[in-house]
Unconditional design. Structure first.
Length: 343
């Protein structure tokens, strides 16, 4: 009799534990759905929601951010070359003469092209870094380009994406607050893995709200179009830099090798992703009230290729990001966006 009661008690415990664990997983799934639903209702496009890291989604959700605008740039970035283009609504390539000439120079460098293709060949473009689809689609330029370059050649070599997002968080009679995020992804295994920088700058005397700057960096190993391993997202240890009235950024260590918790092996990183985000504010007084105005913001990435150190610099003359010891860095093209503010 006692044994039967004991078995019955144990079965009850197992049922209760299983039910509780199931509810925990269900709650976690529900929470993720709640956040995604909120972002959708707050105007975030589906393609943006799809690529947002969980930590960033949580930040937007907690701050009740509402989507305003974004800009995306694509390109080819190596330790010797930096080419940028955008895609318009018709999915045509928009590229200027300077970047076309840089691509032509890159295309003649067989070793540089070979490395980009080798690092890129293992990556599923949409699943990993959301670069344009290069298979089964024919791209065109948005205007006549005096070059023999095939548009699809540029697409197929693309290994860089930068996105600048502008969100609102507060809009009152006297106060405007914006959340600015710069996201980037780089399908490349660089030779130099030193101190890199990602940063944002803006215009029109918005002021950084101290303590709101966050960042993340994740190294990954990708093989056969799948993420084989991803390092633990790094959200601390870097050096945050800022000028209250014009910019913020972070200096962080890019890695060549990473480890996974519980594993003593080192794995090579052939894909890198990250973001830096912060909240800015502007008080409206006098003639500012009731008037529509516009400001601009930009995001930029610097990759260190030589040993001399450097640090981020911001200036109030429009959105400007610079760095000391410029010769020691290669840099991404700017991801630039104008945004409106008014009452």
């Amino acid at each position: 009799m006692k044994l039967r009661k004991l078995l019955s008690f144990v079965c009850c415990l197992i049922f209760i534990f299983t039910f509780a664990v199931s509810n925990v997983y269900a709650a976690a799934f529900t929470d993720e759905s709640v956040i995604d639903n909120y972002l959708s209702e707050a105007g975030f496009p589906d393609d943006i929601i799809e690529i947002l890291p969980d930590q960033l989604k949580q930040t937007y959700y907690e701050k009740r951010a509402f989507f305003e605008s974004y800009e995306t740039t694509y390109g080819i970035m190596t330790e010797e070359y930096s080419i940028e283009y955008t895609l318009n609504e018709a999915q045509e390539i928009v590229i200027n003469e300077e970047n076309m000439k840089e691509y032509e120079r890159f295309a003649k460098d067989s070793e540089a092209v070979k490395k980009v293709k080798e690092d890129k060949s293992t990556v599923s473009s949409e699943a990993i870094i959301n670069i344009p689809e290069s298979y089964g689609k024919t791209y065109t330029f948005n205007e006549q380009i005096t070059s023999n370059v095939s548009p699809n050649s540029i697409i197929s070599d693309t290994n860089w994406r930068g996105a600048l997002l502008i969100m609102g968080t507060v809009q009152s009679n006297n106060l405007i607050q914006k959340q600015i995020t710069y996201m980037w992804s780089w399908n490349y295994a660089p030779f130099w893995t030193l101190t890199d920088h990602m940063a944002v700058a803006w215009s029109k005397n918005f002021t950084l709200i101290e303590g709101t700057v966050e960042y993340m960096y994740t190294p990954m190993l990708v093989e056969e179009e799948e993420i084989v391993l991803a390092g633990e997202p790094i959200t601390s240890g870097g050096t945050i830099k800022f000028e209250l009235d014009c910019g913020f950024g972070v200096e962080f260590n890019l890695v060549r090798l990473f480890r996974v918790d519980g594993d003593v092996n080192d794995y090579p990183a052939n894909c890198h992703m990250g973001y830096v985000t912060g909240e800015i504010k502007k008080y409206l007084t006098g003639d500012d009230r009731g008037q529509q105005n516009s400001a601009s913001a930009k995001g930029k990435y610097y990759h260190q290729v030589l040993m001399p150190g450097g640090s981020l610099q911001f200036t109030p003359d429009g959105p400007s990001i610079d760095i000391t010891a410029r010769g020691a860095y290669c840099e991404s093209r700017e991801t630039y966006r104008d945004f409106d503010f008014y009452q």
